[in-house]
Write a protein that binds this ligand. Sequence first.
Ligand SMILES: Cc1cc2nc3c(=O)[nH]c(=O)nc-3n(C[C@H](O)[C@H](O)[C@H](O)COP(=O)(O)OP(=O)(O)OC[C@H]3O[C@@H](n4cnc5c(N)ncnc54)[C@H](O)[C@@H]3O)c2cc1C
Length: 401
Amino acid sequence: MHETTDTLIVGGGIIGIATALELQTRDPSSSIVVLEKEAVPAAHQTGHNSGVIHAGVYYAPGSKKALFCREGVPATEEFCREHGVGFDRVGKLIVATHEGELDRMTRLGQRARQNGIEIDDVDEAGVRQLEPHINAVAALLSPTTGITNYRRIAEVMAQLFVGRGGVIRYGERVIGCHEGQDYVAVTTENARFEAARAITCAGLFSDRIIRAFGHEPGYRVVPFRGEYFRIANQPDDLVSHLIYPVPDPERPFLGVHLTRKLDGGFTVGPNAVLALKREGYRRTDIAPGDLMQTLSYGGFWALLRQNAGSAASELWSSVRKRAYLAKVQRYCSRISLADLTPYPSGVRAQAIAPDGTIIDDFLFIRSNRCLHVGNAPSPAATSCIPIARHIADEVATLGGA
Ligand SMILES: Cc1cc2nc3c(=O)[nH]c(=O)nc-3n(C[C@H](O)[C@H](O)[C@H](O)COP(=O)(O)OP(=O)(O)OC[C@H]3O[C@@H](n4cnc5c(N)ncnc54)[C@H](O)[C@@H]3O)c2cc1C
């Protein structure tokens, strides 16, 4: 079988689907086909995350993350309002649990203000008043941080796209890619597709797809599992904000946080431990090919050398629940071991450069007829609408556009 279209999009996560909808909105007459290997949209990172609408506190001023996240908050809220998807602007407290964290907290507040983000300083008494069950000597309050359900947003976007004539082909795993002078061709296990241009948004497989198109992405995806627990036995008003620790600059991730859920209750997480399979959600999931790719990559070992302490602590918290609990009890001593009940993990696609550097910012790689989303980690779900607009602007200048 052989199909021809204007634009092919590889990957039906929130980035691929938001992009499809944006392109269709700009040109309703163009034909767009999304190829997704799973049977449903949002089966991977988009469907396994914290569901936080990040305000944009953490990101380097001037970075794509800072820009797109700031634009993403109102865009996400507006989409949710317009299409009946739940969201709640609950606000977030970033809490310093001892004096030693105050400098870092102050610097974080300055960064947020540089990014144009509303942020308030809260003293110890203020924290006690806002959150009686939280131990902190001071905090930053981000009133515009919220929660939503990104899987639901992606599903609604997919319904809109298909309802307006777009095509999503589920169960189509892309296994071969070719970029010619006048066209691109993509082969799946079932069919061959040709198009004037292609956009790839393959999340945990972004590097492999870029390489399949004949380009060296300059990084490799190293998958990091993020383990969560649902908090049981605690009242629904245990906390009224999201509670985050002050992030350790030595560590690439934000630290386990208490996240209110739209359906009530809380989760705590995620930590960050090496996943032995790119889409392996359980500790026991192993894909020898994925693992070999990680272990044979110099960038992984360089990363490990640079973050040995943090890696050991995260691994320890994964195998020993009490160590995980200790991270939570730093700011909420009321939570006990019996309160940590199972909750599905997520796996992050972390792009690592050959020298072990974590590629922090969103990364887009373009060639004559393709635009590849190389790195779209958190807060890419929050930022999906501005990212889609950016991709659509770029695609308009590709060959064949
Ligand atoms: C634990 C965790 C917590 C997070 N928390 C937040 C948060 O609170 N807020 C926030 O904004 N962001 C958060 N993120 C980040 C956010 O989830 C991601 O940035 C976002 O979902 C990326 O979307 P995506 O479409 O690029 O990737 P994905 O959702 O992973 O989608 C990629 C899609 O490509 C498909 N695909 C891959 N290879 C192929 C192939 N060969 N053929 C066909 N299809 C293919 C996959 O099946 C998948 O559906 C979190 C991420 C994780 C893992």
